[in-house]
Design a binder for this molecule. Structure first.
Ligand code: 4AD
Ligand code: MG
Length: 434
């Protein structure tokens, strides 16, 4: 039997007989010729079936194939400059694993479908070329980010998903019954990262995070993945630079390795190629002035809404680092600026082209008394934070970090309108299925 070959590797088998295992993507018939297109997850190849050359039952079996029927195809790989991948398959045999009946066809056809229909069929929609391209870019982004930290001496430490307390505000907690106690699904691994940073110096976690976000926007999921570095002895400027380097590396890797996917998505690659350090810095104070000049109602002290972020990020070709927001709009753990205690030593990175916040972070409050005061002010249960206070009792040092939401990054890099396409099975306000 000829070797089973992945479509992406057919070039290594020119003029040889191979077996391809996959699904029928499309079928065109032209008189005594059939042109089935097969896909196998690694790529796509057009087959050619000539009536005069193959046994009648083979010709008939291919002719009757329906979209997404599963097959094992035998054929000879032939170079053809006109073919999309540079090769075609002269089909000589076929084994049909499952023929999808004509009266119960595959539900997703090349015609337009509504978003709700596609989301309900997400388990099948993932097979389409566009969704496969997004999955490829997502993979590249995750791999690039992990390589970035691994190559710089960071230790990957996993943080828990069941947690006893809030990290990012009590209004977006998912509560679960943990035997006879209340627990919450994690909103961020940060607090635990701070503990491990004191153990290993430079750490990062990468895992799922949960927010009971009642907002139905193109940027919000209730379950999303976050990569979070945390560095002992680092200050705000250090993490601004780290974030800038990481994002440039990540975008560079996608451009270098995922050209085909970006093309499938119709992404303007020049816009991604412009993402090189340094990125512009913008103080919150100046961001407010900029927004007011553009007609926004925002006053100093207010947090930016999605529209505000869109306006700011449309001003730049590169991501912009917005620093020093008012303490009152940020989480309890933020370090105040010693020169201006009303603002936090924090940073949000807003992606260009109107994408808005992809990163949030900054310097942490390292002082025991101040932290305790903040915990009380935010009405957080002190007992649940005793261990966190310990980090300020025993060898406290300045430290800083940030978190990047993977889906927000994927949406921007792929140029997507909504985060729902960036994760295989999105969880949103009104979506828990499939
Ligand atoms: O700005 P956030 O809330 O910051 C934190 O959680 C910090 N504890 C991180 C840290 O310093 N270690 O969230 C960080 C990022 C946001 O910039 C955004 O990219 C993403 O997480 N994010 C969401 N992505 C999708 N859906 C949501 N509901 C999101 N909420 C935050
Ligand atoms: Mg934020």
């Amino acid at each position: 039997m000829p070797p089973i070959v992945e479509i992406r590797r057919v070039a290594e088998h020119a003029d040889e007989e191979v077996v391809i295992q996959g699904w029928l993507y499309n079928l065109r018939e032209s008189g005594k010729l059939l042109f089935p297109i097969f896909r196998d997850g690694s790529g796509q190849i057009q087959g050619v079936v000539v009536k005069a050359v193959v046994p009648p039952d083979i010709f008939e079996a291919v002719r009757r194939l329906t979209q997404e029927s599963s097959v094992r195809v035998t054929g000879k790989v032939r170079a053809d400059q006109r073919a999309p991948g540079g090769f075609e398959l002269d089909v000589s045999g076929i084994e049909v694993l499952q023929l999808i009946p004509v009266d119960q066809p595959y539900p997703i056809t090349p015609k337009e479908h509504g978003v709700d229909f596609l989301m309900d069929h997400r388990h099948l929609w993932l097979r389409s070329a566009r969704q496969r391209a997004i999955l490829g870019v997502r993979h590249e982004i995750i791999k690039a980010v992990r390589d970035f930290f691994d190559d710089r001496g960071f230790t990957l430490v996993d943080t828990p998903i069941f947690t006893p307390a809030a990290c990012e505000g009590t209004t977006t907690l998912f509560e679960v019954n943990y035997f006879d106690e209340k627990a919450y699904l994690t909103q961020s691994g940060q607090l635990y990262n701070e503990a491990t940073a004191m153990a290993v110096g430079k750490t990062y976690c990468f895992g799922p995070t949960f927010r009971a976000e009642k907002s139905k926007t193109r940027r919000h999921l209730t379950e999303f993945w976050m990569v979070e570095p945390e560095v002992a002895f680092a200050h705000l400027d250090d993490v601004c630079e780290l974030a800038e380097q990481m994002v440039a590396h990540m975008v560079g890797r996608v451009v270098a390795n995922r050209g085909a996917e970006l093309q499938t998505l119709g992404r303007d690659v020049a816009k991604l190629q412009a993402v090189t350090p340094p990125f512009p810095r913008l103080a919150y104070d100046d961001a407010v002035k900029l927004l007011q000049a553009k007609g926004s109602e925002i006053q100093w002290g207010g947090d930016f809404g999605g529209t505000d972020e869109t306006i700011i990020s449309q001003q730049y070709e590169k991501p912009v680092l917005v620093t020093r927001y008012p303490m009152d709009v940020k989480a309890f753990y933020m370090a105040p600026d010693p020169q201006r205690p009303e603002v936090a030593l924090c940073v949000d990175m807003l992606a260009p082209e109107g994408y808005g916040e992809i990163i949030g972070g900054g310097e942490r409050l390292a002082d025991y008394d101040l932290l305790l005061e903040r915990i009380k002010k935010h009405q957080l249960p002190r007992e649940a934070f005793e261990w966190y206070l310990d980090l300020r009792r025993y060898g406290s040092v300045p430290h800083a970090g940030y978190g990047m939401g993977i889906e927000r990054a994927v949406a921007w890099v792929c140029g997507l309108e909504h985060v729902r396409e960036t994760i295989p099975f999105p969880r949103m306000l009104y979506r828990l299925k499939p």
